[in-house]
Design a protein around this ligand. Sequence first.
Ligand code: SF4
Length: 361
Amino acid sequence: MKVTYGHMGTLTPIIEMLLEDLGHEPVTPDRPSRQTLSLGAKYAPEFACIPFKIVLGTYIEGLKRGADTLMSGGGYGPCRAGLYGELHNRILKDLGYDFDFIFFWPPLRKPGHFIRQLKKTKAPHSWGYLWRSFKKCYKKLAVLDDLEMLAQQIRPREYKPGSTSRAFDQAYRMMRQVKSEREIKEAGEAARQIIRDVPHDSEKEVLKVGIIGEIYVQLEPFANFFLEEQLGHMGVEARRSIYLTSYARHDVLSTKGDMGSRTLAVPYLAQKVGGHGQNSVGDIIRYAKQGFDGVVQLAPFSCIPEIVAKSLVPQLSKDYGIPVLTLFIDEQTGAAGIQTRLEAFVDMISQRRSRDLGLGA
Ligand code: SF4
């Protein structure tokens, strides 16, 4: 099978490796661009959220490059996420593309369906072979998460602007090449070292900002206007509430989600509202308790779960004394507007920090 799939952050090296292990040919998606988004927006229903449109554009690009199979994983309600796999499938079939659609529901939600889809994908390999390949994927995933966190930590302290991002790109390319467990371990160490070697001031005190919100716009830098890098270049250490390993643990291998942040959210929002809406509420509290200087909430325009969370932001900010900037994102959003708002936010939290330290301002 020639398989294409959506691009989301650092997921590519994992899916690529898994597909090759199983004897398929990956039609690896490029990082989405404005063109990808325009393509998706052209054929998506107007009401669809931006992740849907970007992913649709990515699928079209992959099918045009010769993919005969489209692989997708899906969320579930109560928001629209549960409908999106089937909607993508129908739109693309109506456009005349001929492909096989392999859709994975979260395994614990629809175990029978999940196993049938796995069986189809793994054939003719054994379950044991698949399990070993999954374990290897998880190890690579953990290294990639580590590299991202390391880059987030070093970027605001680098001497030469852009040097951490360049080192991260080099480390990422290295991780894409390796396939065996031993190579993953060795390349992981070397990749970490590449980022650690970026000349930086490890003693520098920097502002810390937590990034929360909907998963796709958190994880895909194109969708969030390269927020982590922008913050890093403004001298801010960014941390996301979702990394791929935490998503795998909380949302794929469990039906409960991140119970840590969900429990914190309960006094304000006692039930799940779809997506990561309830988590966003709890994550604001978590970051406030951990002494972060601020939080940026990323929300696709019209994303109901994040709109619900946003409605609680004024109260949470007041109760926990933490500033929160909400960025709603759609295809009309411009990079300049995002940058201006970020700069104003960073300026404000920086003044707050100085004031709290008794340094005036
Ligand atoms: S979580 Fe938000 S962006 Fe994602 S599918 Fe649901 S409504 Fe759309």
